[in-house]
Design a protein around this ligand. Structure first.
Ligand code: PMT
Length: 230
């Protein structure tokens, strides 16, 4: 009975639908090259697993990563930011909580070459024209209809809280989780993370924690703050 009670204690998201984005996006230059970043997907996958443990129905929108799908989670694989946007918009139509842990490329090459781009013997420099990708989490937070409780991350290398607070306001988020990605053993590709949770009521910094454990804590905080279902 005690185990049963403990099991139910953490089942804070029963009946709720959660969508999580995770990992990097890849922005193709030509058939063999792309622009991307060092996100491993660990933070987002840990959040999806934690939400599932808490009883939620979870959709995990994953960029190209090397991680197994958490048990009981519906996974949608995407490659580019535009594909991630489309999958996220579809998931957001049917979710109560949207968590953006993905490291989406801010820009993509203006043109994708159909053939491999050749090295030019006479040129020592080359410029690349980029266009801005849509901001996925801001698009979802800007909804007036079927707007989920929207949580973003902020990957910063300086003035972490200030920049995260600015993103919280600018993107109209309900909560933002700031991580200093310049710190050793934290942020991109690490098993641990050091975060500050910011919302309209203030901010709280947690000590360096394994992403798997941190995910349970973050899900508990999100579950406590997301409005109850009608
Ligand atoms: O994947 P790991 O190796 O475990 O690393 C985890 C992480 C460091 C990638 C993660 O904790 C994290 O910080 N994710 C967000 C990374 C990021 O791109 O941050 P940003 O400050 O550039 O973006 C702010 C927010 O807007 C994020 O929620 C991001 O998902 C979202 N965004 C950004 C650009 C864009 N075009 N669309 C978005 O939705």
């Amino acid at each position: 009975a005690e185990t049963e009670a403990l099991f139910h204690l953490n089942r804070t998201l029963v009946g709720r639908r959660v969508a999580v984005t995770a990992g990097p996006t890849r922005e193709a230059l030509d058939p063999v090259r792309f622009l991307s970043n060092h996100s491993s997907g660990k933070m987002g996958f840990a959040l999806a697993a934690a939400a599932q443990r808490a009883g939620a129905e979870v959709t995990l929108i994953a960029g190209p990563v090397n991680l197994p799908t958490p048990e009981g989670v519906r996974r949608v694989d995407v490659v580019s930011a535009l594909e991630m946007r489309d999958a996220a918009e579809r998931a957001a139509d049917h979710c109560d909580i949207f968590i953006a842990a993905a490291a989406v490329a801010d820009y993509r090459p203006q043109a994708v070459a159909q053939q491999k781009i050749k090295k030019k013997a006479d040129r020592g420099e080359e410029t690349l024209a980029l266009v801005k990708n849509p901001d996925i989490v801001a698009g979802i937070a800007a909804r007036t209809d079927s707007r989920p409780f929207t949580v973003g991350f902020a990957a910063e290398t300086e003035k972490v809280i200030e920049h995260a607070q600015d993103k919280l306001t600018r993107k109209n988020l309900d909560m933002i989780i700031a991580n200093d990605v310049s710190a050793a053993d934290s942020g991109f590709n690490s098993d641990r993370n050091t975060v500050t949770i910011i919302d309209s009521s203030g901010c709280e910094t947690l000590p360096p924690t394994l992403k798997t454990e941190l995910a349970d804590q973050l899900i508990a905080m999100i579950a406590a703050r997301a409005p109850a279902q009608e």
